[in-house]
Design a protein around this ligand. Structure first.
Ligand code: AMP
Length: 495
């Protein structure tokens, strides 16, 4: 009786020490989780781990920050522990595909951390942008886990440097992003080489129709787990919007960074484009702030160095583009600033998820100019919330100015006419505010001229960023042959 009571109490104590034990993971793994401070599974881990240990395929809707790496990683490690012998040369037992190098690096680090020091585990990172020499060398001996971006892995497959015939576990992490980045063909080719004797796990932050399609073809009767409903934003993140003209954003950002009450200790700033990210980082440096930029035009080493500086606190501000930021898992980010709204509203959810991680609170501030109002509405529709707005709330949408208004006295961009003598003469070819009319040739027959085409230009670079199809195609109207024939005709007519 006493013995039984003792066993029960020890069991309860074990459980309270580490809830991962009840999920069916081997003690070697739960011990290393305890040592690493992981004692309580997250929602997706509790849902996924027992089913994956049974060998089921899985379709997971989960964002970075939900603990999905352990959700798929721990059952794979448990499976590898159950295998005997070493992996054969040029093969891998598990393959984890990720869209970006940063995410792949983090997955690899986490998997090795979960395995701990007692489990002998050979992993290799297969990434583009760095030498393949060490990657090929490690694979040649045979490894337990390959964490790869699809492009480089496909290159190695094509060069017969890796064989996937012995691979039993396939994970597609952030599948939506992989598809967005155009990796669908290599992903399908890779899955085909692995064959059907595999357990497949597909994780995605959103369930776009393309992801559903991919899931249908790659997964067998998968169980579905969801860590957060689609488009949901982390509850603890305090979100707000500051309306500001695009040129005024620099000043608004400086004010925020200088405001002690705002407490911007570790800040990630999102820009829509690589050039935009460079420009923001450059302006921050000019304005006296320590900032690093991370985007696709930077070398892998520069990206890793920027991330390291940001993670260890030597750099307070990281400026990033959406793609480069996927998978950034740096703790203690107090603020996310959207310097520009993303084109895809779902990226807003990913961006702000960089803060408020692991139950912490965080602040997300979006700077929105007149041209971005519709993007803001898209975001609000997706997250099913109206965000509090401050700043220049009357900022008008920088839309085309109505015909009549253009010539009104003092109207911006109005032509210099007798009714509007104060209007500044426009420089030749300079963009009109809110859009520009391309010259439409006046037909010789005296009919009304054809409707002019609208083009929008980036307010800072002056480049065409939108407009009707064909408006920016820049195709010559005549071929060289037609031009020469015309010239010859005119020459002979005047002769
Ligand atoms: P992930 O969503 O897999 O990128 O994980 C986000 C972060 O949460 C990582 O830093 C993990 O180390 C951490 N994490 C994952 N699972 C747990 C857990 N059960 N308890 C505490 N932290 C966790």
């Amino acid at each position: 009786m006493r013995q039984g009571a003792c066993a029960v109490s020890r069991n309860m104590k074990d459980k309270s020490l580490n809830d991962f034990i009840s999920l069916g993971l081997p003690s070697l793994i739960t011990d290393s989780l305890t040592a690493g401070g992981f004692t309580e599974p997250t929602k997706i881990q509790s849902q996924a781990i027992p089913k994956l240990l049974e060998g089921r395929d899985m379709l997971g809707i989960a964002q970075t920050g939900s603990g999905k790496t352990a959700a798929f990683g721990l059952p794979i490690l448990a499976g590898i522990l159950g295998l005997t012998g070493r992996p054969r040369p040029m093969t891998t037992r598990a393959l984890i595909l990720a869209p970006t190098r940063e995410l792949a690096v983090q997955i690899d680090e986490n998997i090795r951390k979960f395995a701990g020091s007692k489990m002998k585990l050979d992993t290799v990172l297969v990434l583009g942008g760095v030498s393949r020499y060490h990657q090929v060398g490690k694979i040649a001996k045979g490894v337990d886990v390959v964490v790869a971006t699809p492009g480089r892995l496909k290159d190695l497959m094509d060069d017969n440097k890796i064989r996937l015939n012995e691979t039993r576990w396939l994970v597609l992490d952030e599948a939506d992003r992989m598809l967005d980045m155009g990796f669908i063909a290599p992903v399908r080719a890779i899955a085909k080489q692995i064959g059907l004797r595999r357990q497949t796990m597909l994780f995605s932050a959103t369930m776009a129709p393309e992801v559903e399609d991919l899931a249908k073809t790659l997964l067998k009767d998968p169980i579905k787990v969801e860590a957060a409903p689609q488009g949901s934003t982390v509850v603890k993140i305090d979100q707000r919007v500051i309306m500001s003209g695009s040129k005024a954003k620099r000043g608004v950002l400086n004010d925020l960074l200088a405001d002690e009450k705002e407490g911007m200790e570790r800040v990630i700033i999102f820009s829509r484009t690589k050039h935009g990210a460079d420009r923001v980082a450059k302006n921050l440096a000019i304005d006296g702030h320590e900032a690093a930029a991370i985007h696709g035009n930077k070398s892998q080493n520069a990206r890793q160095a920027a991330l390291k500086g940001f993670a260890n606190g030597s750099v307070r501000i990281l400026v990033a583009t959406d793609i480069a930021a996927r998978g950034i898992d740096v703790t203690g980010i107090t603020h996310v600033v959207n310097y520009e709204l993303p084109d895809d509203p779902e990226n807003y959810v990913h961006r702000i998820g960089r803060t408020g991680r692991n139950g912490a609170s965080g602040i997300a501030i979006t700077l929105c100019d007149g041209t971005e109002k519709s993007k803001l509405r898209d975001v609000e529709r997706l997250i099913r919330r109206t965000l509090p707005v401050s700043g220049d709330v009357n900022l008008v949408e920088e839309a085309p100015v109505p015909r009549g208004a253009r010539n009104a006295p003092g109207a911006p961009g109005g032509a210099r006419t007798a009714r509007n003598p104060k209007a500044k003469p426009r420089k030749f070819n300079s963009p009109r505010p809110g859009g520009e009319r391309t010259k439409a040739a006046a037909p010789a027959n005296g009919e009304r001229p054809a409707q002019a085409k609208m083009v929008r230009r980036d307010s800072e670079t002056g480049k065409v960023i939108g407009g009707k199809p064909g408006a920016k195609s820049g195709k010559p109207r005549w071929t060289k042959g037609q031009r020469d024939a015309g010239r010859a005709r005119r020459a002979s007519a005047s002769a």
